[in-house]
Design a protein around this ligand. Structure first.
Ligand SMILES: [Mn+2]
Length: 425
């Protein structure tokens, strides 16, 4: 058999299993799982002729507006975050080409709302149409479920380009020659039921690989309402279950996987979004999964533990990533205790470095201020300012006051100190 990478043969070995060997070129074994021997040569991954390859992604949330991210008057961070959700379509197509995959499976929440604007839908379809040679399989998820987003799915069924398939029915469809795609569209927004239940009885030809596609949470045995049975791959004889809903990357088991969102949208998961390149050699064979980074933005939580007698500005600088700041959203949580002068230094460092980031938030709720008399002397030795400073200091230290009031007093004292120091400089 002749393939794009050379000459191939596939013959049954003693156990009746297929062994695929590359002939005629020096090659080294890459993976041997007892069933299929793969070899690598000249940088190409050699796989058998039956191998199914696809990209698994979910939760693109195209159209998300990010109203919770403050936008400076001279900035455009919300627009950039929105745009990145569109850009990821081309990244997924790129990943598919790199993997030699013809299919991109999207496991729900492609759109952020049930009623995306006509422009948004047209531009999404056009971008998917641009990906020549790739078929997009779209599953209704939670945000774009069949009931709430009925007009959207009608539009997709009617106007979609030839390389896009809207999976609006829980019925098997052929995925290439040797596999069946078994979709579980979300009918309406609800919790408590397992959307993958129909998979157990969904038929497929006996020699086909069975690929499930669903959207929802895996049962965690609490009353969270998450309901997908974690062993659904076994009860429904699946070769792979491609899941959406969870926005971080998570492997539930060898065959049950969340790809996570290809472009992250919150501080939670601590890494850039990725998609999964999935290869399965034959029915029953273990899937080989490659994580392919697709995200532009990194949402990053950073801890900044501080102590007195420390250069707080330098500590902040050292805690921040040195490179790629424009594509990072960072939330710095300062903890510990620092003096009034260091509080000023910290604020100044934040003002200096913050604008270099896509978004910058310095959280000081858990940071205490150590006030000593010498600092208060610098505000004023006597008079109105000193009286104000003493009274703020007393409030900040007063155990009888609610914490919120003490924090306000502490911040006001730090600000008063900063104003006075600035005026003196
Ligand atoms: Mn989602």
């Amino acid at each position: 058999m002749s393939g794009p990478f050379g000459l191939w043969s596939a013959k049954p070995c003693h156990g009746g299993r297929a062994t695929t060997r590359h002939q005629g070129r020096r090659a080294r074994p890459l993976v041997s799982d007892g069933e299929i021997v793969l070899e690598q040569s000249a940088g190409f991954l050699m796989v058998g002729p039956m191998t199914l390859r696809f990209i698994h992604s979910s939760d693109l949330h195209i159209g998300r507006r990010f109203a919770n991210i403050p936008q400076p008057a001279d900035g455009n961070i919300r627009g950039r975050l929105m745009e990145a959700r569109h850009t990821v379509i081309a990244r997924l197509a790129e990943a598919a080409r790199a993997q030699g995959a013809q299919h991109v499976l999207l496991a729900g929440d492609t759109f952020d709302t049930a009623t995306p604007s006509a422009t948004l839908v047209r531009q999404t379809l056009a971008a998917m149409q641009d990906a020549a040679g790739i078929t997009w399989w779209l599953l209704p998820g939670n945000h774009d479920n069949l009931r709430d987003a009925e007009p959207l799915w009608e539009t997709l069924s009617r106007d979609a380009p030839a390389n896009l398939r809207a999976l609006t029915e829980a019925a098997p469809v052929p995925l290439g020659d040797g596999a069946s795609l078994l979709p579980c569209p979300v009918a309406y927004r609800s919790g408590g039921t397992d959307p993958t239940e129909p998979l157990a009885d969904m038929p497929s030809p006996p020699d086909h690989m069975r690929i499930g596609l669903a959207h929802g949470g895996i049962t965690d045995f609490t009353d969270s309402g998450e309901a997908i049975a974690p062993d659904r791959d076994r009860s429904a004889r699946l070769d792979y279950l491609a899941l959406g809903d969870w926005h971080g990357r998570m492997a539930v088991s060898e065959r049950v996987q969340y790809s996570g969102s290809p472009e992250q949208d919150r501080f939670k998961h601590g890494r850039r979004g990725c998609c999964l390149g999935v290869e399965i050699d034959a029915p029953g064979a273990a899937p080989r999964i490659t994580e392919i980074e697709t995200g532009t933005f990194l949402w990053q939580d950073i801890d900044l533990p501080l102590h007195a007698h420390q250069d707080a500005g330098a500590a902040l600088d050292a805690a921040l990533p040195a490179e790629g700041r424009r594509d990072r959203l960072v939330r710095v949580a300062a903890t510990g205790w620092i003096s009034l002068p260091e509080q000023v230094a910290l604020t100044r460092a934040a003002d200096r470095f913050g604008p270099e980031f896509a978004h910058f938030d310095l959280v000081t709720e858990a940071l205490g201020t150590q006030v000593d008399t010498a600092d208060l002397e610098q505000i004023d030795r006597a008079g109105a300012l000193r009286l104000a400073a003493d009274s703020l200091h007393a409030e900040a230290e007063d155990d009888a006051l609610p914490q919120a009031e003490r924090t306000v007093a502490r911040d006001a004292l730090a600000r008063l100190y900063a104003y006075v120091r600035e005026a003196a400089e």
